[in-house]
Ligand binder design. Sequence first.
Ligand code: ADP
Length: 262
Amino acid sequence: RALQVSIRALPHIDPGLLVLALSDQTQQEAVERMRADFVANASHELRTPLASLIGFIDTLLGPAADDVQAQRRFLAIMQTQAARMRRLIDNLMSLSRIQLMEHDRPRGRVDLAPVIANVADGLEPLLQSRNIELKIDLASGLPSVRGDADQVAQVLQNLLDNALKYATRRITLSASPVQGGVWPAAAGVVLAVRDDGPGIAAHHLPRLTERFYRVEEGQAGRVGSGLGLAIVKHIVGRHSGRLQIESSQGKGSLFSVWLPRA
Ligand code: ADP
């Protein structure tokens, strides 16, 4: 349609320019479709806990108005649903913030040891309650990486949060320098998070970093937003890094992030 309009409006136009206009239009349409899909998905994800909250409010005001025991039970469920909505909104905001700054390359120097120690400390209560060991393997003489310390921490946090959801006994977090060669770019550091969980079937792997993509829907205790790995992908992209996922069913998962050295 765009091409026909252009031809009618400008009969003497160079055909090369027409092709250019057409491909530009297609790209713009793809971006707009992605944006519309994103809004539809985000609304759908928010609607689910919201519908549950509205349902419980109706019950609390109606049939359960005088039943104190039922009220307590329903309020506890509502608390979980509200927390889920808050997590989702926080993740949506993180993702949009990161996407907005994607072309603005971070220039800071990040010393990884304190970042890793900080994230690991924060996980301690959950590790204890789930009886999971976190083994940290920091190579000596680790160079600083080029980046934004808060975002590097968020990458580790998201990968470790996932590992914690699936690990059975142990998670290993390692940081090792690479000289280039194995990874496509120059010298840097590989951060790797390995878990001994159920692993992920091969056909899911290429889609894991898509926004809202989840392998299994709504398993108890594992309901996530489906945004964690999308956030990781965008942060790694902003840092000109690489993300690699290796996993097979029954053999755990390994998420590795390469970041260029400062
Ligand atoms: P979520 O917030 O749902 O965890 P993510 O984007 O972080 O979203 O992960 C996408 C999906 O990838 C998850 O729903 C889960 O099915 C799968 N996944 C991520 N990490 C692991 C892991 N360590 N082991 C098994 N499955 C995983």
